[in-house]
Design a protein around this ligand. Sequence first.
Ligand SMILES: C[S@@+](CC[C@H](N)C(=O)[O-])C[C@H]1O[C@@H](n2cnc3c(N)ncnc32)[C@H](O)[C@@H]1O
Length: 225
Amino acid sequence: MSSEFELQQTADGVQLVWTAGPKGIKPLHLDFRAGKSGYRAVNSSLKSESLIKALGITGKRKPSVLDATAGLARDALMVAAFGSSVDLIERHPMVRILLQDALERGRNGTDKIADCCRRMQLLEVEHVKQVSSEQYDVVYLDPMYPKSGKQRAQVKKDMQMFQQLVGGDEDANDLIAPALDAAKFRVVVKRPDHADFLGQREPNTQIKSKKHRFDVYIKQGFEQL
Ligand SMILES: C[S@@+](CC[C@H](N)C(=O)[O-])C[C@H]1O[C@@H](n2cnc3c(N)ncnc32)[C@H](O)[C@@H]1O
């Protein structure tokens, strides 16, 4: 529940504190230059990133992307690092504040992360169904994973906090139809290996990585792009 959480302004930006959380959980401070995601955004190669392949981004082709379940925008940062513009939709108000704050800080500077953050924009709308038909080349969905006993035991502390904040996205199946409407070329859904297809809808193809898979729904080829 959100009342268990508090946003605090610090000299380095906004941080989220889980006031009712277990001991040892640090505040969540989103910084696109820090941690694994920042490193990957600067150093990854096209060949090694399944997400980028699934979205259809190549050296020459940079489709516009809507990330309709933005979360902490780690995936969106990677997409922007490969040159696509990424609009973000996030419905949780506290996550939106963290995102907006991190994006504004991220845009300051002349480094690659600043370029990426300038290609990322948090939208005012809170659901992909509010987006016009075929407004984006590609729509990306990564709702919270459905629960599995094994997975719960493995969840890291910072992710426990995030899960407690945003909940289980029980309505995730409702995302696929409006996402297909908003996309011109394709929709990509990130799923854990054990999960059913989103909305029981079979994808045209899948790209598998070590921890999860990307289900790809193709509306038309990229020839027109
Ligand atoms: C697993 S997280 C996304 C993680 C993200 N891909 C990343 O790289 O950080 C899922 C996020 O989607 C948001 N979300 C779920 N359903 C949504 C919906 N229908 N509209 C907007 N946001 C949604 C949740 O609040 C949560 O923050």
